[in-house]
Design a protein around this ligand. Structure first.
Ligand code: PMP
Length: 397
């Protein structure tokens, strides 16, 4: 049966982790990961999460099956994060949400739903994008192409290239957009640029699928959802995948949500009924634990405030690491201007390091980065940053 099965290529980032784990050098630093670490180099357990967990355990609640679309209060909480509490859309019946298995799960049920709805449409993703975007939509049966995004010369956005490409897409093309904190580059459109993107999407009748995996890591919880809110205000129908993996530091609990904004409540009812079929035939219904915790945090004002403060702390720590990295590189005598790192948002930075420089960082210094030059700024801390700055300076010299 399985004779003809070929060995699949290794996931490049997981492969890097394996190499890092096997490295016996004491000062090694892993900047290849996509995880937030605190200043001690640990994945934090947020206090708000811990409090909710303790309460949950004390309640000794049974674990029956959840509804197909998950916990209602969780889904409402996810909608409030996206659209802002008090947004009239929340009561309109036009917004529907399904609890999902992380952001990946949201993308997957969204992709399966779209394949059923628009079997002949193509998908476009940014160049570059989170590597699973392409794989996931191809697996769902789509042809995936790219639109220009990153401009290596300016370390910024190739806005003209991007809008020209969007303008040339056939009607109905599915456009995957990173709502904030673009992975892997850290480069986001400005709000005015988002307005122009929205205008093209509307005019060309494109299908936006906004992926928001780092809400709260850019400017703030509300600010980072600005594009979702703007698109919704423009009456653009769309899909949105949310991930709470990073924002709640609950990577392994698989917490996320798929939200669809429809043009009427009657349409919303039909859409939800079909989305439930996609879920039912994939995994039937989502797991209880992580969803309950997130729901408790989102729906209990004291826990919400505590969480927002902790999230702000993560965001500010990353900012401070960006600042310090730029200053320390300068102090190490690096001539190249790295101030673009301060403009980038979220956990990642496209550092501009070449593949050869990344290889030397790893081989000569035990500093691991992705071959594209992507580094995870959230893995820097007060103890490793001097070492990393020196190592980068030495490969640039
Ligand atoms: N989208 C993007 C852009 C991501 O970077 C990630 C995760 N790193 C995801 C989706 C998936 O998130 P999750 O781990 O919650 O599945």
């Amino acid at each position: 049966l399985f004779e003809s099965v070929e060995l699949a290529p290794r996931d490049p980032i997981l492969g890097l982790n394996e190499q890092f784990n096997a490295d016996t050098r004491a000062g090694k630093v892993n900047l290849g990961v996509g995880v937030y670490y605190d200043d001690e180099g640990r994945i934090p357990l947020l206090k708000a999460v811990h409090k909710a967990e303790v309460a949950r355990v004390e309640a000794a609640a049974p674990r029956g099956y959840l509804p197909i679309e998950g916990i209602s209060a969780y889904n409402k909480g996810a909608q409030r994060l996206l659209l802002g509490a008090g947004n009239p859309l929340l009561e309109s019946g036009r917004v529907l949400t399904a609890q999902s298995l992380g952001g990946t799960g949201a993308l997957k049920i969204g992709a399966d739903f779209l394949k059923w709805l628009k079997p002949d449409a193509n998908v476009v993703i940014s160049n570059p994008s989170w590597e699973n975007h392409r794989a996931l939509f191809e697996r769902a049966g789509f042809t995936v192409e790219t639109y220009p995004y990153y401009d290596a010369a300016t370390h910024g956005l190739d806005f003209n290239g991007m809008t020209a490409a969007l303008n040339a897409l056939p009607e109905g093309t599915i456009v995957i957009l990173h709502a904030c904190c673009h992975n892997p580059t850290g480069v986001d459109p400005t709000f005015d640029q988002w307005k122009e993107i929205a205008r093209i999407i509307k005019q060309r009748d494109l299908v936006p699928f906004l992926d928001i995996a780092y809400q709260g890591f850019g400017e703030g919880i509300e600010e980072d959802a600005a594009v979702v809110r703007y698109f919704a205000d423009q009456d653009i129908t769309m899909l949105v995948s949310s991930s709470f993996s990073k924002s709640f530091s609950l990577y392994g609990e698989r917490v996320g949500a798929l939200t669809l904004i429809c043009s009427s409540s009657e349409e919303g009812e039909r859409v939800l009924s079909q989305l439930k079929r996609v879920i039912r035939t994939n995994y039937s219904n989502p797991p209880t634990h992580g969803g309950t915790i997130v729901s408790m945090v989102l729906n209990t004002p004291e826990l919400y405030d505590l969480w927002a403060t902790e999230l702000a702390g993560m965001r500010e720590r990353i900012r401070s690491m960006r600042q310090q990295l730029v200053e320390k590189l300068k102090a190490e005598g690096v001539n190249k201007d790295f101030s673009f790192v301060l403009e980038q948002r979220g956990m990642f930075s496209y550092s501009g390091l070449t593949k050869e420089q990344v290889d030397r960082l790893r081989e000569e210094h035990g500093v691991y980065a992705v071959s594209s030059g992507r580094i995870c700024v959230a893995a820097l801390n007060s103890r490793n940053i001097d070492y990393v700055a020196k190592a980068i300076a030495s490969v640039l010299a």
